[in-house]
Design a protein around this ligand. Structure first.
Ligand code: SDX
Length: 432
């Protein structure tokens, strides 16, 4: 079907229908207001596609997630984070030379300008690292003003992509070091991306640091699983900010800010805090699990089963399946016994068999198990959403590039006004 008909009063208008490569149909309403004077209202854009995109495809009903056509299960098993970053940003898996050049480009830009190191002295030790990450990424535009060029050539764009991927990891690790009052650890070019991040997080100038390959492999998988997810809240934010022709760093800084919310990327921190609360309240006993499930179902309790539910996935989030398996494997390999994992599994089992969750199609999402993996690796809870941001960096960058290269118009939605109609000014001495 290439046309849809819309009848308003006694007028019928035809609207074009477009179909995506996976056969998702859409009604193009670009001319709706001009032809009818009507706009559409769609809170949360639950029914509205804001762009075409060739980066990521997901099917929420079938639990499918593909980056540039490659299934997430294969990439998580066989690829590396920088290889996946290249795929998402440039559209194809790199050949050997392309991967080597890209990897060395990122490796050689991990250093942050020494003046930026001074910024950390200004932050209070309890500063949340997401606030530090967002502001420091925006501050990069002060040190690399070429980013402000309206039309960056390919060389300059590639350089700034590599700077962002590289320096965001250093900025993140240094935010952690600042929060514990430890000296920062400079990146080591002998390490790959994940090993380097762990080194900057956990090494100390007072002793040798031995990279744990199991932790490196777990981090690599976590970053791949977070690398993109079509038009989620933070990616849409990057596109909206970038649509005003704001530079790449500033747009990504806004994406970090959007991800911080507990309904979005902040959920991984909220999941572990929720599990800890349940543990402190009586642990994984049947009575306690029943009590908390009841609270999660009661809207007035103010409690939600964090890590469950998704705007798009009305089936299992494929990433949650992979992360649940990885959580078991990594905790066994690292010989970590975490009672919160036992609580998470019992909650999941109970929710998956409870009509409330079944009817509302609430399943575990990417955030449900990811925090337990970060915790097993020794990453503190406040850094969990930062880890999500590091993983999502390639997706944000790719969407910003796709939007800018397609020269999309500035995003400026309409509204339905429900305020006062016109009224005259009342002088102060005449007001009640
Ligand atoms: C991410 O968009 C993406 O792609 C995001 C993401 C990515 O990779 O970028 O996948 C990452 O953000 C995952 C989601 C992380 N957030 C959480 O885990 C927070 C807990 N979940 C939710 O608050 C909620 O499920 C959302 C925000 C994820 C989705 O919300 P929607 O689509 O707006 O749905 P809703 O809030 O309207 O909920 C529908 C119903 C409501 O009940 P009714 O009003 O219909 O009676 O389900 C209920 C909700 O009360 N509900 C829950 C629930 N989630 C929804 N009830 C209890 N526990 C929950 N977790």
């Amino acid at each position: 079907m290439s046309k849809a008909e819309l009848k308003i009063d006694d007028k019928v208008i035809e609207l074009p229908v477009i179909t995506g490569t996976e056969n998702e149909p859409a009604i193009d309403i670009s001319k709706l207001r001009a032809e009818t004077g009507y706009v559409t209202l769609d809170y949360g854009l639950k029914n509205t596609a804001v762009t075409k995109s060739s980066i990521t495809y997901l099917d929420g009903e079938k639990g499918i997630l593909q980056y540039r056509g490659y299934p997430i299960e294969q990439l998580a098993e066989k690829s590396s984070f920088l290889e996946v970053a290249y795929l998402i940003i440039y559209g194809e898996l790199p050949n050997k030379t392309e991967l080597e050049d890209f990897t060395s480009g990122v490796t050689n830009h991990t250093l942050v300008h020494e003046n930026m190191k001074k910024f950390y002295e200004g932050y209070p030790q309890h500063a949340h690292p997401m606030g530090v990450l967002s502001s420091m990424i925006c501050a990069l535009s002060a040190f690399y003003p070429d980013i402000l060029e309206p039309e960056m050539d390919k060389k300059s764009l590639d350089l700034n992509v590599q700077r962002l991927l590289a320096k965001s990891a250093t900025i993140a690790a240094w935010a952690y070091k600042n929060s514990i009052g430890h000296p920062v650890m400079y990146p080591q070019n002998r390490f790959d991306y994940s090993a380097n991040f762990l080194y900057m997080m956990f090494a100390k100038p007072t002793e040798e640091y031995e990279v744990n390959d199991k932790m490196v492999s777990a981090l690599n998988k976590l970053l791949i699983l977070h690398a993109d997810h079509e038009q989620n809240c933070s990616t849409s934010t990057v596109r909206v900010v970038g649509s005003s022709q704001a530079n790449l760093y500033t747009s990504i800084s806004a994406g970090v800010a959007a991800l911080w919310g507990p309904l979005h990327g902040g959920a991984n921190q909220a999941v572990v805090e929720m599990l800890q609360k349940i543990y402190d309240d009586g642990g994984a006993t049947k009575e306690n699990i029943d009590k908390w499930i009841k609270l999660f179902k009661d809207k007035n309790s103010g409690q939600r089963l964090m890590g469950f539910g998704h705007r798009v996935y009305k089936n299992f989030d494929p990433r949650a399946r992979i992360l649940k398996k990885a959580a078991d494997e990594v905790l066994n390999e690292l010989k970590v016994k975490d009672p919160l994992l036992d609580i998470a599994k019992k909650l999941e089992h109970h929710a998956l068999n409870d009509d409330y969750f079944i009817e509302k199609k609430l399943y575990p999402n990417v955030d449900y198990y990811s925090g337990l993996l970060y915790r097993a690796m020794g990453i503190p809870t406040e850094m969990f959403t930062v880890m999500f941001a590091l993983g999502r960096m390639p997706g944000w960058i790719a969407n910003w590039i796709e939007m800018s290269q397609e020269k999309q118009p500035i995003t400026r939605p309409r509204q339905i006004y429900t305020g006062e109609t016109k009224r005259e000014y009342v002088p102060l001495n005449k007001r009640g």
